[in-house]
Design a protein around this ligand. Structure first.
Ligand code: JB3
Length: 205
């Protein structure tokens, strides 16, 4: 499939590398307002132009390669509304149990492990080397950052961010758009839109 990468920053580069590693995906280039169309971007892929160029380009699907959850959600919704096909970018080194249910527009980076019974919503980032153990739910537009470890039955709410290297004990509920700081150890539920940090994780004051 010929795929447009929406975004042109660090995360887009990671997604470009994933797509180049997949047998059935052919990245066509970056859709970004930040670089000059017609030039070559990272990994030798073309800079195609801003979002207005999407409709005019011959392609089979798109992936929104933007790290910020709210922005990624907005762009995703717009592209779905425009009838675009959102594809999943899954690095070949990721290990995903056979019964995992995954939405569309997701990015599963190198070395991520997703265990049995887990449900992953749309437009989710499971970043490099994260572990999502059995029976977790990762709701739409959430981001599980590099090196995060989620034990069994953890729920990550829509648009939540679990920061780099955080660990979460079994059956914890992380609320919608909550933020877990880097390296935190989460032992209690996190309310929606709350930011928690530290070991054990506590609300940021
Ligand atoms: O921590 C890790 C491993 N990765 C981070 C990632 C998850 O999030 C990374 O370190 C960055 O902090 C962040 O990566 P991202 O989203 O690539 O951020 P940045 O390098 O700032 O690039 C943002 C990109 O979004 C830029 O290329 C913008 O052009 C693009 N962008 C913003 N709004 C947009 C729009 N692109 C399109 N096509 N349309 C928009 O509306």
């Amino acid at each position: 499939m010929n795929i447009l990468i929406i975004g042109g920053g660090g995360h887009a580069r990671v997604v470009a590398d994933i797509l180049l590693s997949m047998e059935d995906m052919e990245p066509l280039g970056y859709v970004t307002p930040d670089a000059c169309p017609g030039t070559l971007g990272p990994l030798g892929l073309a800079v195609l132009g801003d979002d207005t160029c999407v409709a005019g380009l011959d392609h089979d699907g798109v992936v929104v390669a933007v790290g910020d959850n709210r922005l990624r959600h907005r762009i995703f919704a717009r592209l779905v509304g425009a009838g675009e096909t959102l594809v999943n970018a899954v690095h070949p080194s990721a290990i995903i149990a056979r019964d995992v249910e995954m939405g569309v527009g997701c990015m599963v980076c190198a070395g991520a492990i997703v265990n049995t019974g887990t449900i992953v919503g749309d437009n989710v980032i499971l970043n490099t080397g994260c572990v999502v153990d059995h029976d977790c739910t990762i709701s739409g537009h959430a981001h599980v950052a590099p090196g995060v470890k989620l034990a069994g039955n953890v729920v990550v709410g829509a648009g939540a961010l679990v920061g780099v290297g955080a660990s979460v004990i079994p059956s914890v509920l992380i609320g919608e758009e909550a933020v877990v700081g880097a390296g935190a150890v989460v032992v209690d539920d996190v309310p929606p839109r709350q930011m928690v940090m530290g070991v054990p994780a506590r609300p940021k004051t």
